[in-house]
Design a protein around this ligand. Sequence first.
Ligand code: ARG
Length: 469
Amino acid sequence: MTMWGGRFERATDEAMRRFGDSLPVDRRLYRVDVMGSIAYAGILRKAGLLTETERESMVAGLQRVRAEFDSSAFSVQPGDEDIHTAVERRLGELIGPLAGRLHTGRSRNDQVSTDLRMYLLERSEELGDELASVQRSIVDKAEGHLDVIMPGFTHLQQAQPVLFSHWLMSYFWKLERDDERLKGLQDRVAVLPLGAGALAGNPFGIDRQALANELGFSSVSPNSIDAVSDRDYVIEFLSFASLLQVHLSGMAEDLLLWSTREFGFVQLDDAYCTGSSLMPQKKNPDSLELVRGKSGRMAGHLVSALMMVKGLPSGYNKDLQEDKEPLFDTLDTLLVELPIVAAVIATLTVHGERMTSDLDEGLLATDLADYLVAKGVSFRDAHRLTGLAVRRAEELEVPLDKLELDEYRSIDAQFGPDVYEIFDFQRSVERRNVEGGTAPEAVTEQIRQARERLALSGRKRTKTWFPSS
Ligand code: ARG
């Protein structure tokens, strides 16, 4: 039996039924669906549409349905199109015709989006916690390696010396912006569609504000047509997730490259690598490769959700049922992936001596130009003169710091014996003691700010839809 069979003469084609069913995907919404229905029964009671006894028996029935799902005792029947239908059908078996009153004024159109928003709010809180764990592992690692200088890269070429911690912290801030985006979008998820009915609103005088309070929403949707068709929150979430994933993949790529024998800057813990079935010596960094690889899938989910809503006529359309798979897969993926990322960073071995031994004197060419600037030369001239010195050193096949003073002086008379003091990587990073710069002092300050953010970002959980008890 379907919820809507009255006007139909013939049954749904069997293949069509399978095509339209969403229960295999939306089954996981059962807890929020039951929570929503319990609250809705309360509001029907308030509106005088149920007696207290009826409400109580409805609530008891709904709790039993939830318990059946919890214990995997729930038996799916043909006609259980989606989670909403399945719960109501079972409720009818348990409490009889009274179950038929639960849907008064409600439509699956306002119900499904209510469920999905509750589910997303709950899981995104967990996600926020996992994201903070990754950030914490970054800060801890950065703090533990403040003395490590490495070549900083642009265009994948050695550019200027930087602290390894400075590189690491660069990802903290990307993730911090992701966290801000997550918090921002949660406000827009917490808008209650229930009460919008199929599209026109609810005629039974229900108190939507009270429903919102009870279900942990911060406001009610201001337009019922918008309420049933709005999936902006899904798209915003997928956009947040795609960007987060892209950030993680960038960090993964740096570390993958640096873990090669050619670089040897870092080493991944065995626990996050696998071996080769053929080559006994291999240790493959699968964890980070998967982090990199999952980005395509996440961006694909974002695009699929955008395409789902593109050009949709107003109101609810069945196309919107396609919102769940990308959303659920994204949540599931991130909730498994983030703890792995945190652990990979926490267990990473940093070969500081290898990074330092790889520093080329050329990394200090900018410092050399700055030296001339300090003597009053314009930066453009200093840049050109230093370029000449680099070229001369290359011709003579000597490193920049071994180029004779005569050679320097033949390029420009302002070069003096103190030029050799420039060739000190430690001093080079120390000089960049600007806010946000790579000097140890500045990075220490960065770490302090990061810890402050982490301490402040304690998330305010207003409601738990999945009580652990
Ligand atoms: N399973 C549907 C979905 O996920 C629920 C809403 C169905 N509404 C309808 N009028 N058929 O979107």
